[in-house]
Write a protein that binds this ligand. Structure first.
Ligand code: TRP
Length: 376
């Protein structure tokens, strides 16, 4: 038996870097808007997958940036999948010490904000062997130069401060592709900066079908090519006016107490101008506090700034503290209640893992069949 030589992978076009070009961005934006509209009438057509690395506790940046959006999709009736990306923690750090605690903290936050295990499948990456096994065939579909060029890999590597790149870091886009494709998610909420990642997933899905797909039958692809859902990003900064991030000590975590929240807001950075205005370009710190009050009270930021006027940063901080604590109070109460039942939390995760395994096993079976690796 002779094998036809496989066509070499064509990674020359730099499709991924192109995904950040203006034309490509415009296409993604248009497609996303189309889906957003269709979601209203046909939520049942969509399976959404997203996730978080369990590296810390969720904070208000996550909450307004992505969590709220997930909840909205669940409420619309979209089949929602949320992955706790525990294996991804070790892309850039050595210790696995606090991973279990972080996994359960994430899960508790998810449930506290209203993700409902009956409608949203919450699972941990490491607990789904068949998902991870997709990595092997998928790795055959990418080249190392393509991975090195991936803007997201580059950015992650730059952020790692001179640390040698691990193989796991280099292949980040491939495991992310496995995460999305194992359950055949067709929409992935991302920020614009994450588009190259999603493009890599689309490339993997297409190449799988070109190379191994159901005996060359392209009319029934094994994998759908997922689209980005470019949700409007609420750019909430930390209490010092820079990106909200645990390592900068400027976060307000969902799990904090009302007192801890008050303290964090008290030490927030403001400026010398007593008059409060909402002017994000020129007064990022003050405007961010106004924004925080606006987001948590559902009011207009300009109106809030005007109302405080010459009241100064003391009045502003008092208002922000009250507004944040009031908004988070029910969530925090629910969180505290969930924490009293660790066995219940483990059960929720076990059920999510079981559902993910069922789907992953079925997909892996399809993959093996397409690849003619069925020997029984
Ligand atoms: N990388 C994402 C993060 O840092 C988490 C993640 C893992 C993810 N796999 C994914 C997000 C697949 C979307 C789709 O938070």
């Amino acid at each position: 038996m002779t094998d036809a030589p496989a066509a070499p992978l064509d990674d020359s076009s730099d499709a991924l870097a192109d995904s950040t070009s203006d034309a490509s961005l415009a296409r993604s934006v248009a497609r996303s808007a189309q889906i957003e509209a269709d979601l209203e009438t046909n939520p049942g057509r969509y399976r959404m997958l997203t996730g978080d690395r369990p590296t810390g506790h969720l904070h208000l940046g996550h909450y307004f940036g992505s969590l709220r959006n997930r909840l909205a999709l669940q409420e619309k009736g979209v089949d929602t999948w949320v992955l706790i990306a525990d294996y991804q923690v070790i892309t850039d750090r050595d210790s696995v010490d606090s991973i279990p605690e972080r996994v359960f903290s994430l899960l508790t936050d998810y449930l506290a904000i209203g993700l409902d295990p009956a409608r949203t499948t919450i699972f941990a990456h490491s607990q789904v062997p068949a998902l991870n096994q997709l990595m092997l065939p998928f790795l055959s579909l990418v080249t190392d130069s393509e991975l090195r060029r991936n803007p997201t890999v580059k950015a992650e590597q730059d952020a790692a401060g001179g640390r040698p790149m691990s193989g796991l870091m280099l292949t980040y886009p491939v495991h992310q592709a496995a995460d999305i494709l194992f359950c055949k998610a067709n929409v992935v909420p991302v920020g614009k900066d994450q588009l190259p990642h999603l493009e890599q997933t689309r490339v993997v899905a297409r190449r799988f079908d070109e190379r191994y797909g159901r005996a060359g039958d392209r009319s029934a692809p094994v994998f759908p090519t997922p689209d980005a859902l470019l949700s409007e990003v609420t750019n909430l900064l930390g209490t010092d006016g820079t990106k909200m991030s645990k390592s900068r000590g400027n976060v307000i975590e969902l799990r904090m107490s009302a007192d801890e929240t008050a303290r964090a807001i008290k030490k927030a950075v403001t400026d010398a101008d007593r008059r409060i205005t909402f002017d994000p370009a020129n007064r990022p710190e003050v405007s961010n506090l106004v924004q925080l009050a606006a987001l948590t009270s559902g009011r207009d930021p300009h109106e809030i700034a005007e109302e405080i006027g010459d009241g100064g940063s003391g009045t502003l901080k008092k208002l922000v503290t009250e507004s944040v604590n009031e908004h988070l109070a029910p969530l925090r109460a629910r969180r505290a209640e969930l924490e009293t039942d660790p066995a219940g939390l483990r059960r929720v995760l076990a059920e999510g893992n079981a559902r993910a395994n069922e789907v992953a096993d079925a997909t892996l079976a399809e993959v093996r069949e397409a690849m003619q690796m069925v020997y029984a």
